[in-house]
Design a protein around this ligand. Structure first.
Ligand code: AQP
Length: 329
């Protein structure tokens, strides 16, 4: 398993947690799992240096607070393992320009930023991600739906390398849970909850005061009508709330629809706000414990980087050999 998350703002949002991080926690014991804070990806858009450093620690603390256990997985910071950038270059040389230009996330983000503000790094971001995944010979990549296309291009490039040189890379599959693959914005249920695109009221940040988030659930945009039922087309707002409730409570959507029969949307929102508060309060406490001890946090990340490098350097050595680089004497 391999996956990563950007330290682009202090707090993860609920989409990051339900779409990805929760699966990382669930998968860590039964798998050889590598999880990282992807700071190289973060600088594809401008970052304040002091804040980036701080947010990298805050991200790692949240991953531990969410339940990652360094005894069961390898947790590290991407820039601590230089092989990512090194294999990234090789992957740049194996990926077609047109192929990279078809990535919808790049198209969306660059259209918003404008050509002069869009960096080449943002364009090659999915190619660095190819290297991230292949370095660890990952079978599966637990991510949200927005990353599916990036895992698909990874498969294509891995197969290309294996055909051109010789079988070298495991061809990975996306690991995407349908129910939580796309958590929607609470104010605009037509779009995904996102740090860069959501309005503050549509985004549930995990480190906000629980009271603030509870208010956001209570003022979530729902739909005309009053009956709580699951219908992604006609009732995207209510359906999103039902999916979040289901993920946090463990009850199926069918059970929830039966439970809310005869009740109004307000009942669903209030219950969801309570459920979220119950989950997020201990999450924040655990995260704070790790943040209060930066030396220990740095130690955990150093151990993780060492473990990651042991694997990554072997893969890179094999790749350099296969493509014909002269070994350093
Ligand atoms: N709304 C979402 N629903 C389900 N999964 C989601 N992910 C992100 N948004 C949702 C998943 O979270 C993981 C980390 O993603 P990232 O590193 O791209 O984090 P991000 O930059 O914080 O994601 P955003 O909010 O979507 O950022 P912007 O607005 O910059 O694009 C990934 O597995 C992702 O699928």
């Amino acid at each position: 398993m391999l996956s990563g998350i950007q330290p682009t703002s202090g707090s993860f949002h609920l989409g990051n947690y339900l779409g990805a991080v929760r699966q990382w926690v669930d998968l860590q014991e039964a798998n050889d799992a590598f999880y990282m804070v992807v700071d190289l990806h973060a600088i594809t858009v401008p970052q304040d240096p002091k804040l980036l450093r701080e947010n990298t620690r805050v991200s790692a603390a949240q991953l531990l607070g969410a339940g990652l256990d360094p005894e069961h997985c390898t947790l590290f910071v991407q820039s601590h393992v230089p092989e990512h950038a090194q294999l990234g270059w090789v992957m740049n040389c194996l990926t077609g320009f047109g192929e990279a230009a078809r990535m919808t996330q790049f198209k969306d983000k660059s259209a918003k930023q404008g050509a002069d503000s869009t960096t080449v790094g943002l364009f090659t971001y999915p190619i660095l991600q190819i290297a991230d995944i292949l370095l660890y010979q990952a079978d599966a990549v637990p991510v949200g739906e927005d990353q599916r296309q990036h895992v698909e291009i990874t498969r294509d490039v891995a197969e290309r390398f294996n055909t051109r040189y010789s079988p070298t890379f495991t061809v990975p599959k996306p690991y995407i849970l349908k129910e939580t693959a796309k958590i929607q914005d609470l104010q605009d249920p037509a779009v995904k909850m996102s740090k860069s695109a959501s309005s503050p009221k549509g985004l549930v940040s995990l480190l906000d005061e629980p009271k603030v988030s509870a208010k956001k659930f209570k003022s979530a945009v729902t739909d005309t009508g009053t009956v709580v039922s699951y219908d992604e087309e006609e009732k995207p707002g209510v359906s999103n709330l039902l999916r979040i409730h289901s993920a946090l409570s463990g009850q199926s959507v069918e059970q929830l629809v039966a439970h809310f029969e005869g009740k109004m949307y307000g009942a669903l929102k209030t219950e969801l706000a309570e459920l979220f508060t119950e989950w997020v309060t201990p999450f924040q406490e655990r995260t704070r414990t790790f943040l209060d001890d930066p030396a220990e946090l740095d130690r955990v990340l150093a151990v993780g980087a060492e473990k990651a490098r042991a694997v990554a350097s072997q893969t890179l050595e094999t790749v350099y050999d296969r493509i014909g680089f002269l070994p350093a004497a």
